[in-house]
Design a protein around this ligand. Structure first.
Ligand SMILES: Cc1ncc(COP(=O)(O)O)c(C=O)c1O
Length: 389
């Protein structure tokens, strides 16, 4: 890295891991597509031998992401789910994981549908009260998994208190920081051991890459993750690494605007007669407003709300939107709206969805970078369509 690691966050977004290419002087990181690398003699290579094991474009991304999260090590994967899987592959059969109850549906599916049958058991608990939550730890608990703010309920969990208590028992804490990004929240500085990202979302920011990463300063865990990355091979392509690096250059400015617009949309939604409740960590009505204000430097660009609506009315709302696109995913420059019960969280059992409060009128918004007046007018059109249904 040419830029010092002490440089400010906004500078690291643009430069970390990306010194001009020594061979050509190229300022933008070259996309190195070669799968194999010449060796002067057997074993005498320049740090790369085969692209699954290591690739210069991927190294630049890993270094940049590690710098942004304040980590020593970054390990990139082909998706956020592959990153989560790699973390769980550091465990052994018979180990137990304590997991926050409102996690992305795909994360739940990894625990419930893949690792449960390999003998790694997960217990899902509400982590609003860290002491109550951690009373569910067992002698064989080897990992605590936290998603905050959570998807789709935007619950906020106290990373510092959870980490302090788990670490006093020698158990590492992994935080899925996808919703907040390191612009708004730094889990490692709060005591977590691992940060997991779906780079598909805000980090890339343009909805054209699926990717993931794990960041840590723990040398032993990093070595194991690096081994899993090479052994299992769920690696991102060099082109995708390049795109995420390009997206990261504008991360800080994008997040500022996401937060500004989401705040306005959330306040507007709260004042509407059609909404039963609005969940946004930047609203004083959010149950963890105080914690979110301390733990995060901004409440993020995601909002969820519940309409007094049947499934048909919620569907009419989503069909009527013209600026928001009805689609899964989040964190891109464009605004998205979705229906967790039938889309992103359909993999939860109906009972689990009911227990969490994800009903037919529950909508999740990813507030993009369009004009906020256009976004509000669009939501108004959606409510009118729902009322006509
Ligand atoms: C919070 C969170 N974590 C992880 C993932 C999984 O990421 P990916 O889709 O890149 O596998 C998602 C996807 O929506 C997510 O929202």
């Amino acid at each position: 890295m040419r830029v010092p690691s002490s440089a400010s966050f906004d500078t690291l977004c643009i430069h970390a891991g990306q010194a001009p290419d020594p061979a050509s002087g190229a300022v933008m990181t070259p996309i190195v597509l070669s799968t194999t690398f010449a060796q002067d003699g057997p074993g005498a290579h320049k740090g790369y031998d085969y692209s699954r094991a290591g690739n210069p474009t991927r190294s630049a991304l890993e270094e940049c992401l590690a710098a942004l999260e304040g980590a020593k090590h970054g390990v990139a994967f082909g998706s956020g789910c592959a990153a989560a899987t790699a973390v769980l592959l550091t465990l052994r059969s018979g180990d137990h994981v304590l997991v926050s109850d409102d996690v992305y549906g795909g994360t739940f599916r990894i625990f419930d549908g893949v690792f449960a049958q390999l003998g790694i058991e997960a217990t899902f608990v509400d982590m609003a009260d860290p002491d109550v939550a951690l009373s569910n730890m067992r002698a064989n608990t080897r990992l605590v998994w936290v998603e905050t703010p959570s998807n789709p309920l935007l619950k906020v969990i106290d990373i510092e208190r959870i980490s302090e208590r788990a670490r006093s028992r020698g158990v590492p804490v992994a935080v899925d920081n996808t919703f907040a990004t390191p612009v708004l929240q730094r889990p490692l500085a709060l005591g977590a051991t691992l940060v997991v990202h779906s780079t598909t979302k805000y980090l890339n920011g343009h909805s054209d890459v699926v990717g993931g990463a794990v960041l840590t300063s723990d040398d032993a865990l990093a070595a194991r993750l690096r081994f899993v990355q090479k052994a299992v091979g769920a690696v991102p392509s060099p082109f995708d690494c390049y795109l995420v690096l390009r997206g990261l250059k504008t991360l800080a400015v994008r997040m500022k605007r996401h937060v500004e617009s989401a705040r306005l949309v959330a306040e507007w939604l709260k004042a509407q007669p059609h909404t039963l409740r609005v969940r946004y960590p930047g609203l004083p009505s959010h149950e963890a407003y105080g914690l979110a204000s301390r733990q995060m430097t901004g409440p993020g660009g995601m909002i969820s709300f519940e309409m007094a609506a049947s499934l048909e009315q919620a569907s009419a709302f989503l069909r009527a939107l013209r600026v928001f696109t009805c689609a899964e995913s989040l964190g891109g420059v464009e605004s998205l709206a979705e229906h967790p019960a039938t889309m992103t969280h359909a993999s939860l059992t109906p009972g689990a969805r009911r227990a969490l409060g994800i009903g037919d009128g529950f909508i999740r918004l990813s507030v993009g970078l369009e004009d906020v007046g256009d976004l509000v007018a669009d939501l108004m059109g959606g409510f009118e369509a729902a009322a006509r249904t």
